[in-house]
Design a protein around this ligand. Sequence first.
Ligand code: FAD
Length: 621
Amino acid sequence: MEYPDRFDVIVIGGGHAGTEAALASARMGCQTLLLTHNIETLGQMSCNPAIGGIGKSHLVKEIDALGGAMGLATDLGGIQFRVLNARKGPAVRATRAQADRVRYKAAIRGMLENQPNLMLFQQAAGDLIVDGDTVRGVVTETGIRFHAETIVLCTGTFLGGVIHIGLEQSRGGRAGDPPSNALASRLRALPFRVDRLKTGTPPRLDAKSVDFSALEEQPGDMPTPVMSYLGRRDMHPRQVSCHIAHTNERTHEIIFANLDRSPMYSGMIEGVGPRYCPSIEDKVHRFADKASHQVFIEPEGLDTHELYPNGISTSLPFDVQLQVVRSIEGLENARITRPGYAIEYDFFDPRDLKHSLETKFIHNLFFAGQINGTTGYEEAGAQGLLAGLNAARRARGLEAWWPRRDEAYLGVLVDDLIRLGTKEPYRMFTSRAEYRLLLREDNADLRLTEAGRELGLIDDARWAAFSDKREAIERESARLKSGWVQPGTAAAAAVEAKTGQPLAREYSLLDLLKRPELGYADVAGLVGEPVSDEAVAEQVQIQAKYQGYIDRQQDEIDKLKRHEATPLPANLDYSRVEGLSHEIRQKLAEARPQSLAQAARISGVTPAAVSILLIHLKKRR
Ligand code: FAD
């Protein structure tokens, strides 16, 4: 049957990529259909109920700065918030929230159901309608045909999904959900490069059977951080603690003794797993000299006793999982509520995509999320937003948009995927961004919200809140610059008490704020009234303290832009370029970039290395 309405954009899959894609397209005014297996699983967290963390919170804040849902849903569903790396520099600081799985999902569903221009439909997509090299629509597994200008595919781990528990296998998209086999076969017939990856999840535990007195308590931060730029503490539900347990030598012995029953070590799983989120069997095998690994015991929600033991993801057989869990102090009598498992699935080589996330071979077809070889809700959500907005722009005949590497982690993510592809599940780290001092989680709104407004992603309420904040930062910075502290005054005495040094001459409040011993709270009230908005105060402080480094990084970007077109000779002998590391020499020799800009985009080739290349080229002339 032909569905009577025609859509601008159809998004297939209601996970983290699909929901952001559908919301972005609908926010831009496009008639959008979100077609998904099951409306009850919209926004479902397949694995750990947590959002953010190092590198990942940067993506969440960027999604938020572009009007997306993940940050606000985290504030509505978060039950423990912490800022990681709080004592380190602002570039690597990262907010992490433990989420109540049910509340998070409800928040996402609420946003979807209330979004104008968006229709939800529950059915499995079984086929794509492709006319020559252009996609025209989708056919559900029961034969309903939907037509649209553009399609965004966000099917996660479901394509050809195979679940492994020990040597037992079953077909599934994740535990409790069917795989997408019809669609997987259809896609395999198109000219994309396809391969297999795997990921895993730990068994879940019943809190009533855990001895918390033997575990270390880890409360959230006070005052509670927020995730969204529109987030408020009073949105958060009740806050609870997480706990920390440890594996021990006995745990590791059990795992070693049963490795032959692990599908990964018996060769049954061919897909490569996430290097940075390895299974417990991988950890004890790879780090055999370590006597213990941490296990974070995280609540799954406020209205359930289920716990998520973060750190013991496994595909060992169930009887071994039980022994492993019960070997851990505090978990001796633990009951498992759901076994852990690994899942293998099809992913498509992201080098077959453009920066807009449109496929190179089929026009108007976009891919986003785990289907592109990434892992993580945040990576999926960020791609979904980008693909959704570009699908909407294409449907309207507009040029594609994407941020550059110096503008957003989203730019880094997409550029890495498109140019380098991936051989293992790709996750974000701050170390992947060469300009990380500019790409902080605290300034994602200042970097992206204006572009988001121009793209049609930002509603009036968010725009007003953002504009007010931006003006307040400018006003407060100007006030600090023009407020002076004179020697011999009460204000000077307060500074001297804090720094232990006499104030020899007059200083502006802004200059005082640049001193490492002084923070905003110490100086802002010395002359005039400080601002009460914490986000404004934080931004003013970071900009003051790091201005020198930020300017230097901006200079590097400007220099690189000026020299982007500088050609690199085809016969350049990189082994003779002094100052380059062996690894960078090797990468350049292999990739043979044609220009400095191309060299700069090779992973691991640092801005410093590009400067060395530039100097070398000048010397050769
Ligand atoms: P998903 O969240 O998987 O959503 C896909 C959606 O598409 C689902 O709603 C599904 O119903 C729908 N769908 C699929 N096929 C069709 C179809 N044919 N028609 C209609 N709808 C369809 N991430 C980490 O960062 N760390 C981990 O340790 C980790 N472990 C994981 C362990 C397991 C077992 C699983 C399953 C996932 C794990 N993840 C982990 C990954 C994380 O869940 C994903 O990265 C994230 O959910 C990907 O988002 P997505 O939107 O691409 O796909």
